[in-house]
Unconditional design. Structure first.
Length: 365
């Protein structure tokens, strides 16, 4: 009986080549199927295939390699701003604001495009998979379409930089196969970008997917996230001058505010420190006054004020304050929650992503 080929792993081109090299050194015949032969370094979804009889030994070797990769420390060659993109439903302002923020902090822009394929669906249900011709053809078309989308976007960005519409910042594309929020979080864990710039739906848009991906990243990511609603009124990054920072009087809020100031870097920047409480207390006013004094001393040119917003868990009162004070960005620091807590007691980030039509800036100090 013929020893058929089975798929051992689905990885990027670089990882697939590494697996192939190690397996062949162990005497295991290995074949990789790369569906992007024109530009293999950009390929994702590359399948590593071996003979079925070699499977037990190969699985053990690959498991050891995967463990070593997981233990790798984050790679940080330079400052980066990560912009996850969805060519089907993208918020145009994320690119404009993302490039401007990259210019402010001297960072490279990394576009992350995550696509979902039949091959990935099969690989989630089975450790080892075989594919029909129709599956392979569909996968080839999906990856070909993804590469075409990237090329079109690359040409558009080059044109906008040449026309002076975008700052001339270094940028590159990363293509990943899988679930968007998982791949975004995985990229942040491995590469530690300085900032993630994403689109959000706000309260006037019914696209639950756009909101849910951004909300999950904001709740779970350790990297600061800047979420820009699809209905944002401002045309330019420089228009974002008035920031409301929600504080619970945690000392780490001071570090978070420093991050806000350095990221936005606007001579006309104004920060209003707000605290949400069931009712106003004199002690809240004293604490807010102390925070205002602290940042006035450290940033003499920074305009600051403060307010107590009478609010419970509902974001409605905060939104009323934001509209009344004409706030441009709502910022706050949040801590990561475990899955159970996020489902049954969602944090402010998760609530505001569905109820705010202004940008949100979330840190995780």
């Amino acid at each position: 009986m013929e020893d058929k080929l089975v798929t051992l792993a689905i990885r990027t081109y670089q990882r697939a080549q590494m697996i192939k090299t190690v397996l062949e050194e162990e005497g295991i015949e290995t074949v990789i199927h790369n569906l992007n032969l024109e530009n293999p370094e950009m390929a994702v979804g590359v399948r590593v295939r071996i003979k079925e009889s070699d499977l037990p030994r190969a699985l053990k070797i690959v498991e050891e390699m995967e463990k070593a990769w997981e233990d790798e420390k984050p790679v940080r060659d330079s400052k980066t701003v990560l912009i996850p993109v969805d060519f089907a439903d993208q918020v145009p302002k994320t690119i404009d604001f993302g490039f401007k923020m990259a210019e402010n902090i001297g960072a490279e822009v990394v576009f992350l495009y995550v696509y979902f394929t039949p091959a990935f669906t099969i690989s989630m249900n089975n450790d080892v998979s075989t594919y029909s011709i129709s599956d392979s053809e569909l996968l080839r078309r999906i990856i070909s379409s993804a590469n075409a989308d990237v090329e079109n976007m690359d040409n558009l960005i080059k044109k906008r930089i040449a026309n002076g519409e975008l700052p001339n910042m270094k940028y590159r594309f990363e293509l990943k196969e899988g679930v968007p929020e998982d791949q975004i979080l995985d990229y942040c864990k491995k590469h530690s970008p300085d900032l993630v710039v994403m689109g959000s739906r706000g309260k006037k848009i019914s696209n639950e997917l756009l909101g849910s991906v951004t909300a999950e990243v904001m709740e779970s990511c350790e990297t600061p996230v800047f979420a820009i609603p699809i209905m944002i009124k401002q045309d330019k990054f420089a228009d974002l001058k008035r920031i409301a920072f929600i504080t619970n009087f945690d000392q780490k809020d001071l570090i978070a505010v420093d991050k806000v100031i350095s990221t936005f870097d606007n001579a006309e920047l104004e920060i209003c420190f707000i605290h949400a409480a069931d009712k106003k207390h004199a002690w809240d006013e004293i604490m807010l006054s102390g925070i205002k004094a602290y940042f006035s001393n450290h940033y003499p040119k920074l305009k600051t004020n403060y307010a107590v917003v009478e609010s419970t868990d509902s974001p409605d009162k905060i939104n009323e304050f934001v509209e009344q004070m004409q706030i441009d960005v709502l910022a706050f620091n949040t801590r990561r929650k475990k899955l159970f807590a996020r489902i049954f007691n969602p944090g402010l980030a998760y609530k505001m992503i569905y109820h705010s039509d202004i940008p949100l800036f979330v840190t995780h100090v």
